[in-house]
Design a binder for this molecule. Structure first.
Ligand code: MN
Ligand code: MN
Length: 397
């Protein structure tokens, strides 16, 4: 029975026998010099199977710069924080009830998961078709590259945004106020066929940093009213929202998995996702992904993941709610739920589809003599190998 170093409801509160992460049995010693005890306690140290040099594969939103504004806040984990994470970047955003994430666009596609509360999104496509919808906890949206959009909180809400380029920065999107402030008034007047005085009150360049991007507002009325008020003559765009947690899960011993990619959510053409729920003691089996790197967001529980980097290299990381993890393409990995409460996490890939290879299934579909000669396994173990893909394995108690 593994003892969790963290109480179920509180990150970083230490209990149990792993409270001195620099000691393991006869190995290690106490810390005599300065030490950040809270951080150390969340990283209880490598199993003896770890070895060699690996890139850092973990960064927490709690350690990221947070941009605080009257309407909420936003913090990001990008390639600047986690240099190995070149494929995807993440933003954790909080909006107070009624607050706006300003009208804007960016080069990168935007995939989002609503963590708490609800919001209304609005966007258009290149053909002038619009899409307006409300999203609640467990729902997704996806704006393809360049699609202009806005978000407004229907109640206090928070969400994860994922962009299909690790170099993305939430602070460098194309804001409509920024553009207007840097366009001569006579051009604005000509462009919109109104008097120049119509733009007397647009936010100034000096105001935008503080009063736009994220700013307070009034909670809007019914969705249908908004939709009917701006019906496009070109029709409604492709669906840009998806109820991920309403999907029927793949239920297996140890937990469940939901996969959302372009097969069931065509709008998400560049970001594929898996929602994994793992019971205490259970394992997301040993596997790897042939198509791209994995960007992880950890939502609940305490998980421990080891990543195998070939040629004798392996490194173990502990994850708590609000952490970001990363696994370079093809590197073998597993993670286990080591706490008392279930782990919930998202696996994300810059790809139009989710795919993985199971170590168990691979060995189960290879002639037994080959497997036995390589790993010195007995017949009982060979017979236990699976021909299907387990995805998860329950703990052995
Ligand atoms: Mn955006
Ligand atoms: Mn994986």
């Amino acid at each position: 029975m593994t003892t969790s170093p963290v109480r179920s409801s509180t990150n970083g509160a230490i209990a149990g026998d792993q409270s001195v992460p620099t000691i393991k049995g006869e190995d290690g010693a106490t810390v005599l010099g300065p030490d950040n005890v809270a951080v150390g306690a969340q990283n209880p140290g490598a199993p003896s199977t770890d070895s060699g040099s690996m890139p850092n594969l973990k960064f927490s939103f709690a350690a990221a710069h947070n941009r605080l504004l009257e309407g909420g806040w936003a913090r990001e984990v990008t390639v600047r924080d986690l240099p190995v994470a070149t494929t995807l970047a993440g933003v954790n955003m909080r909006l107070k009830a009624g607050a706006y994430r300003e009208l804007h666009w960016h080069r990168e596609a935007e995939w989002a998961f609503m963590l708490a509360g609800s919001a209304r999104i609005a966007a258009i496509d290149q053909q002038g078709r619009n899409f307006i919808d409300d999203v609640g906890r467990g729902d997704l949206w996806n704006f393809r590259s360049g699609f202009p959009h806005s978000i407004q909180a229907l109640e206090d809400c928070e969400f994860l945004l994922v962009f299909d380029d690790g170099n993305f920065s939430e602070n460098e999107t194309f804001l409509v106020t920024d553009w207007f402030a840097h366009t001569p008034k006579h051009v604005l007047a000509n462009n919109f066929a109104v008097a120049q005085s119509a733009f007397d009150n647009i936010p100034t360049a000096g105001e935008i940093e503080r009063s736009r991007y994220i700013f307070p507002g009034e909670v809007p009325g019914a969705l249908v009213t908004d939709i009917e008020s701006v019906r496009s003559p070109a029709g409604t765009a492709e669906r840009m929202t998806h109820r991920m947690l309403a999907q029927d899960p793949i239920e297996v011993p140890g937990g469940s998995v939901r996969i959302t990619d372009s097969k069931n959510f065509p709008s998400a053409s560049t970001i594929a996702a898996a929602w994994v729920e793992l019971q205490p003691g259970a394992l997301r089996e040993m596997h790897w992904h042939p198509n791209n790197d994995e960007w992880q967001y950890w939502l609940s529980g305490h998980a421990r993941m080891t990543v195998f980097g070939s040629s004798g290299k392996a490194r173990t990381y502990d994850f708590y709610p609000g952490d970001v993890g990363y696994v370079p393409r093809a590197m073998g990995h597993y993670f286990e739920c080591v706490g008392d409460e279930p782990v919930q996490m998202l696996e994300l890939f810059r790809s139009d589809h989710f795919e993985d290879f199971s170590a168990n299934q691979w060995l189960g579909l290879t002639p037994q003599a080959v497997v036995a000669a390589t790993l010195n396994l007995d017949q009982t173990t060979l017979d236990a190998l699976r021909k299907d893909k387990p995805l998860l394995m329950p703990g052995q108690g």
